[in-house]
Design a binder for this molecule. Structure first.
Ligand SMILES: *Cc1c(COP(=O)(O)O)cnc(C)c1O
Length: 426
């Protein structure tokens, strides 16, 4: 284990700061929340600006760790990693056309990351920090992908991992956490019920609570989505970003990244992207709060959506999401639940991309934003594809009309003719 002094010496973190009331807390020691609300990691940005420039990044490996000065841990030989590659930004003209826009729509495809979702960014960072700070046992509630990612990184770090998920979590998520070596449990209820088990059990079970935003470092890992996007767009940020919002860590982290880059003077323009928090109308607490001008969100009755990552009725960082969305001039917007699966299939079949249902909600929301004029035809839009379609067998196959592949036994002319006549209806 790296000693605290080497970590401190090489690290630009100055302190942690309560997001709810600004209280300062010391870094380099295990911290959770303050007044039950999340903590920001703060850096000496002047010192970072002197230590590293945009050009220095070019020759570094194409992973999230290339931004190490802007991360809480710099001992690069001691990180817990499964290869967190920079993810591609892919132009999607067919998708843009289908939505009726004339501008550019890009998908930043996070499905390339270890365990098939962007949860790896947060977990690589949080578990690196947990290990450095001496944690030996973690627990977390999950709506799906967080459990698998936590299990994989914990196993690599030789940390014991306990995962709690709703019984209706997608089947791939149910298996992967256990296969990656976690003690994995199903719970009758919602993710908030799973969270309560972790909360109430943590003292007697000696768990460190790795729930979204209950420790300060998952945000910092997810922040690298924003850093990467800026670098990939030559430090000229797009006009609008659509992000599928559950607990909101990714949106909060990206907004923090843009602020830090602005303070460093690395951005080419002062215009920040408008941030759109996308949800499903089956579970849209952030949208409801946005619409009525509130800073804190109320849990909806009977939350349900096929986009399991968006099944988060109560986010501890609700005010951080809503502050970022409002400050950016964006909005929170709900897709119609019934549009999610068709949008997923349409995007996958028109662009060949592995789109998760959460991102499909963004695609359906983009259509609405176009129709309302909130997104202009010429805007450059980036949608985050937060996970791989293949993790959602249920959504892939729901209501699928007899897509039975023609079974061929030979290349006889009659059979080949039947292939031409057969059309897969999705
Ligand atoms: C967790 C998750 C989300 C929601 O992410 P937050 O940053 O917690 O809002 C969206 N999509 C997928 C695929 C997820 O796994």
């Amino acid at each position: 284990m790296t000693t605290a002094t080497t970590t401190a010496e090489k690290c630009f973190v100055t302190h942690l700061e309560s997001a709810i009331d600004g209280t300062h807390l010391p870094a380099h020691t295990l911290q959770t929340t303050h007044e039950g609300r999340p903590l920001w990691v703060r850096y000496d940005l002047d010192a970072i600006g002197q230590a590293v420039s945009r050009d220095d990044l070019r020759n570094r490996p194409a992973t999230m760790w290339r931004y190490r000065e802007l991360l809480p841990y710099q001992a690069i030989n001691d990180i817990v990693s499964l290869g967190e590659v920079m993810t591609p930004v892919i132009a999607c003209p067919q998708l843009a056309h289908g939505i009726g826009g004339t501008g550019e729509v890009f998908i930043k495809d996070e499905s390339h990351l270890p365990t098939g979702s962007f949860k790896s960014r947060g977990m690589a960072m949080a578990i690196t920090m947990a290990k450095a700070l001496g944690v030996t046992r973690i627990a977390l509630p999950t709506a799906g992908n967080a459990g698998g990612a936590a299990a994989a990184y914990a196993t690599r770090a030789r940390i014991e991992c306990f995962v709690f998920m709703p019984a209706d979590t997608p089947i791939v998520n149910r298996y992967e956490a256990a296969l990656f070596g976690a003690k994995s449990y199903l719970v009758n209820g919602l993710i908030s019920d799973c969270g309560r088990i972790v909360q109430h059990g943590k003292e007697s079970m000696r768990w460190f609570d790795l729930s979204t935003l209950k420790e300060p470092y998952r945000i910092e890992g997810k922040k690298t989505m924003g850093l990467e996007l800026a670098e990939q767009f030559d430090w000229k940020l797009p006009d609008a970003i659509l992000y599928p919002t559950g607990g909101g860590t990714g949106l909060i982290g990206m907004w923090k990244a843009f602020k830090e880059l602005q303070a460093l003077g690395w951005l080419e323009s002062d215009t920040m992207p408008r941030m759109y928090a996308c949800q499903s109308n089956g579970c849209a607490p952030i949208v409801n709060a946005f619409d009525v001008g509130e800073r804190f969100a109320e849990p909806p009755d009977n939350p349900h959506t096929i986009a399991s990552g968006l099944r988060v009725p109560k986010a501890v960082g609700d005010f951080m999401i809503l502050d970022a969305v409002r400050e950016s001039g964006g909005a929170a917007i709900a897709a119609d639940e019934n549009e999610i699966v068709p949008a997923m299939r349409q995007a996958a079949s028109s662009e060949g991309l592995s789109i998760c249902p959460e991102t499909a909600a963004c695609i359906a929301a983009l259509q609405k934003l176009h129709e309302s004029g909130a997104i202009k035809p010429h805007d450059r839009v980036v949608i985050f594809n937060t996970g791989a379609m293949q993790k959602y067998v249920e959504a892939m196959t729901i209501d699928l009309p007899a897509v039975d592949h023609e079974r061929l036994t030979s290349a006889d002319p009659q059979q080949l003719k039947s292939i031409l006549e057969f059309e897969t209806q999705i």
